[in-house]
Design a protein around this ligand. Structure first.
Ligand SMILES: [Fe+2]
Ligand SMILES: [Fe+2]
Length: 483
C-alpha cells in the first residue's frame, strides 16, 4: 500500500455528522441510531460537563487519524463544538487470539453468543467510568490555577466524553437493542447520585479541588490504562481496536496527574527552603500544600483506586481470561503458555489476625496480578516525585500505603490495616484515621487555596509552572480565550 493510501485509510472522516473511521455511512441503521444518541449526549454534556464553558475557545487537540505518529491536530475549539467521534485503530486481518482456550484462533469480529453478556457487562462498566469522571470534574474550571491547567482539564474532559462514544459505538454496533438501552443508561446515571449512581465507587467520590484532580488523573486514570490494556488483548477484535486508540489518549491524562503533583511538590519544597519552614502549620501559613496533607491524599486516592481492580482472587477474572475476553497486561509480550493451567501466584490475605502470603492458582489471581503491574508503575512514578524533596534536602518522601490499607473490596475488606501494613483494632483506626486519610479540615484547607488564575503565564501560589507548554508552545501562551 502506498503511504498516501495508508494515511487515507486511517484518517477520520470529519465531513460526517459523526466523525469516524469505521465507515459509518455504510450502515444506515447504525448511523441513524447513533445520530439519535448524539443530541442526547450533547444534552448530557451541557448538563453535567464542565461548567460555564459554552463560549470559551480552548486550545485542544483533536484526533485526525489513528496512525501511531501524528494523530493529533491542535487548534482553538469552542467546547460545545468539539468533534466527538468513533476512532478505532486499523483492522489487522491476521490478528489471532493470544491467550485462553481459544488461543491461536482468529480474533472475533462479531460477539460470540456465549460471551455476549460478559462482554456487554465489561463494556458498560468501562463506559460508565468515562462520563463519571467528567461529572466529578464539572466545577474545577472555576478554580483553575492557570490557563495551562484549565486547558489540560478540558482536554481530559472532552477525551473522556469521546471514550464514552467509543463504548457506545460498540454497544450500538454489536449488542442490538440491549446495547442501545445501555447507551441510554450511560447518560442517565450520575456520579454521586443517591438513586442512580455510577457503577464503581471511586467514580462516585467528589473531585472538589485541583489536588484531588491531579491525584485522580495520576492514580485513577492509570487504573483506566491498565483496564484498557487488558481489554486491548481481548479476542473480541473491535473492543481491542477501540481500547488501543483510547490508550493513546490516556497517556496525556496520566501526564497531567503526575506533572501536576510534581509541580505542587516543587512549589511546597521551594517555599519550605526559602522561608525556612517545615512544620505543617507553618507551611500552610505560606499558602502552599503541606507534604503531610499531600501524603494523605495519596493514601486515599491509591486505596480507592486499588478497589477498582476487584477482588484479588476472582473466578470471574479467571473465566474472562480462559474465554479470551480479557487478557493480562502486555499479554502478547509474555513468554509463558498463555493458559495458566497449573501456574501459581502469590496473594496476601488476613488469617488469624495476621497478614499472610498465599499461593493460589494464577488463573484466579488475575485481578491481583493486574493490580501488582499497576503498583509497579505507580511506584516508579512516586520515585520520580521523590527526587524533588531529595533535591531540596528535605527528608520527606511520598510513600504508597500497604495494599490492604483502607480497602472496601477484596481480601482486606472489613479489616483495619495501617499504611505501613499493620493489622490494627477499630479503636486504633478511629484514633489514627485523621493522620492517614484527608480529614474534612484538610479538604477545607486545600479548597481554601483554590482561587482562579487566568492571566496567561501566571500560576496560583500553591503550584509551580510546568517545564514546558503544550505542543511546543510557551508556558504563557493563551491556552483558553474567554471572548
Ligand atoms: Fe477514559
Ligand atoms: Fe482518562
Amino acid at each position: 500500500m502506498s503511504e498516501a493510501m495508508e494515511l487515507k485509510q486511517h484518517a477520520i472522516d470529519y465531513a460526517q455528522q459523526i466523525p469516524n473511521n469505521v465507515n459509518l455511512s455504510n450502515d444506515r441503521v447504525l448511523q441513524r441510531a447513533l445520530e439519535q444518541w448524539q443530541p442526547r449526549f450533547l444534552n448530557w454534556w451541557h448538563l453535567t460537563g464542565p461548567a460555564d464553558t459554552a463560549t470559551l475557545q480552548v486550545y485542544l487537540r483533536t484526533a485526525i487519524s489513528v496512525d501511531r505518529d501524528g494523530w493529533a491536530n491542535f487548534g482553538y475549539v469552542r467546547m460545545p463544538e468539539y468533534r466527538w467521534g468513533i476512532f478505532l485503530t486499523p483492522h489487522d486481518e491476521d490478528r489471532k487470539i493470544s491467550f485462553g482456550e481459544h488461543r491461536g484462533e482468529n480474533a472475533w469480529q462479531e460477539v460470540p453468543g456465549e460471551y455476549r453478556s460478559t462482554l456487554r457487562r465489561i463494556i458498560v462498566t468501562q463506559g460508565d467510568t468515562e462520563p463519571a469522571s467528567v461529572e466529578q470534574q464539572k466545577l474545577l474550571g472555576k478554580t483553575c490555577p492557570s490557563l495551562y491547567d484549565l486547558r489540560n482539564l478540558f482536554q481530559v474532559n472532552v477525551e473522556e466524553g469521546r471514550h464514552l462514544w467509543a463504548m457506545v459505538y460498540l454497544l450500538h454496533r454489536y449488542f442490538g437493542r440491549d446495547g442501545r438501552e445501555e447507551g441510554e443508561a450511560l447518560l442517565q446515571r450520575r456520579s454521586g447520585d443517591e438513586n442512580n449512581p455510577r457503577i464503581l465507587t471511586a467514580f462516585n467520590e467528589k473531585t472538589s479541588n485541583w489536588l484531588a484532580f491531579f491525584m485522580f488523573t495520576f492514580f485513577t486514570d492509570r487504573d483506566g490504562k491498565f483496564q484498557l490494556a487488558a481489554l486491548a488483548e481481548s479476542g473480541f477484535d473491535p473492543l481491542s481496536r477501540t481500547c488501543r486508540f483510547m490508550l493513546t489518549e490516556e497517556a496525556h491524562h496520566m501526564f497531567v496527574g503526575e506533572s501536576g503533583v510534581a509541580r505542587i511538590l516543587q512549589r511546597t519544597c521551594e517555599v519550605m527552603r526559602d522561608r525556612g519552614v517545615s512544620d505543617a502549620g507553618q507551611v500552610r501559613a505560606q499558602g502552599v500544600i503541606d507534604l503531610e496533607t499531600l501524603q494523605r491524599y495519596v493514601n486515599f486516592h491509591y486505596s480507592v483506586t486499588l478497589d477498582l481492580f476487584g477482588a484479588e482472587v476472582s473466578s470471574n477474572a479467571a473465566s474472562f481470561f480462559a474465554s479470551g475476553v480479557k487478557g493480562r497486561y502486555k499479554e502478547t509480550n509474555l513468554s509463558d503458555d498463555h493458559l495458566l493451567g497449573s501456574d501459581r501466584y502469590a496473594v496476601q490475605e488476613v488469617e488469624d489476625g495476621r497478614i499472610v502470603e498465599k499461593s493460589v492458582p494464577a488463573l484466579t489471581a488475575l485481578n491481583a496480578r493486574l493490580r501488582d503491574d499497576y503498583t509497579r508503575e505507580i511506584q516508579a512514578a512516586v520515585d520520580r516525585w521523590n527526587r524533588i524533596p531529595e533535591k531540596f534536602r528535605i527528608p520527606f518522601r511520598v510513600k504508597l500505603p500497604h495494599s490492604g490499607f483502607h480497602r472496601k473490596i477484596g481480601a482486606f475488606a472489613g479489616h483495619h490495616i495501617s499504611p505501613d501494613g499493620q493489622l490494627v483494632s477499630s479503636r486504633t483506626w478511629e484514633a489514627e484515621a485523621a493522620r492517614w486519610l484527608p480529614s474534612d479540615s484538610d479538604h477545607e484547607f486545600v479548597d481554601s487555596l483554590m482561587g482562579r488564575v487566568v492571566d496567561p503565564g501566571m500560576f496560583a501560589n500553591w503550584i509551580g509552572p510546568p517545564a514546558r507548554g503544550i505542543n511546543g508552545l510557551p508556558v504563557e501562551f493563551e491556552y483558553v480565550r474567554f471572548d
